[in-house]
Write a protein that binds this ligand. Structure first.
Ligand code: ATP
Length: 252
């Protein structure tokens, strides 16, 4: 059944439908649906909107990507199902590479996601042929990376990450930008910049900011990045969730 636009929860149900069809076409995994459910719960508490702290983190993230030497956007099944065209567009504006990196990796799924991204305009997608000499120190398939991509990246954007890999990337000296609706997750706590927002809102917001930031002086970008404090921003995100929660409970 197609959700009617008049439904009060249209947006949220529409996103669910996109993920369900992503599973049907082999892009997303069934487990990805459960991860999405956890995200939805936090999104509900946030009020399904972009908070001030998320916008602040998003600006710093775009500045960091724009000033990176080799920025890479890491894509998993949920991201490919939810924002494929937006990821390609962001990569194009910021001159960032796109690399598929999956926890539940099968070669068929990697190929399906790569084709899906190509259909949405990607000219080059890394991740189908990882380099055996360039693995991350992890004992699961997220260790498989391309040297030209994540292997040599200085900044990695990891929408919907798992904490292990985020920690491994940070330990390797890379800057990690995470998009995670849960400000308490290991990923959120470990990343260099954590955007506590839904990828379906964050990636379009990043595109908008990246367009506005086109060709800024590099010292201005460095200033934005150096003034950013992730711990402070996460605290603000938690306060905003608590505030939205007490506002909601006050409505009863
Ligand atoms: P960690 O290992 O970092 O503690 P976890 O085990 O909670 O994380 P997963 O089960 O892999 O992580 O869940 C993925 C994370 O992605 C969750 O924290 C969830 O809140 C978040 N998430 C899910 N969907 C979205 C979305 N659309 N936008 C942003 N974040 C999302």
């Amino acid at each position: 059944m197609t959700v009617p636009k008049s439904h009060p929860r249209y947006q949220s149900l529409h996103i669910r439908e996109r993920l369900v069809s992503g599973v049907a076409s082999g892009i997303a995994s069934q487990v990805g649906l459960i991860a999405h459910g956890r995200g939805e719960a936090f999104d509900y508490l946030i009020g399904e909107r972009t908070t001030g702290s998320a916008m602040h983190a998003t600006e710093a993230a775009v500045a960091m990507l724009a000033s990176a030497r080799n920025p890479v956007i890491s894509v998993n099944g949920n991201v490919a199902a939810l924002v494929p065209g937006e990821i390609v567009e962001l990569g194009r504006i910021l001159d960032a590479k796109i690399e598929i990196n999956l926890f539940y990796r099968t070669e068929e799924r990697v190929c399906t996601i790569a084709n899906h991204l190509h259909e949405h305009g990607a000219s080059e997608v890394f991740g189908e042929y990882p380099d055996p000499d360039s693995t991350l120190p992890l004992d699961h398939p997220r260790s498989l990376v391309c040297e030209e991509g994540i292997g040599s990246a200085d900044v990695v954007l990891v929408p919907l990450e798992d904490g292990d890999r985020c920690q491994a990337l940070v330990d390797m000296g890379k800057s990690v930008i995470a998009i995670d609706l849960n400000p308490l997750s290991r990923t959120a706590q470990t990343a260099t910049i954590t955007i506590v927002d839904n990828v379906v809102r964050t990636i379009p917001a990043m595109i908008k900011i990246a367009r506005q930031m086109k060709d800024p002086p590099s010292d201005r970008l460095d200033e934005i990045v150096s003034q950013y404090d992730n711990r402070e921003t996460l605290m603000a995100a938690i306060e905003e969730i608590c505030g939205a929660y007490s506002e909601k409970s006050g409505e009863f």
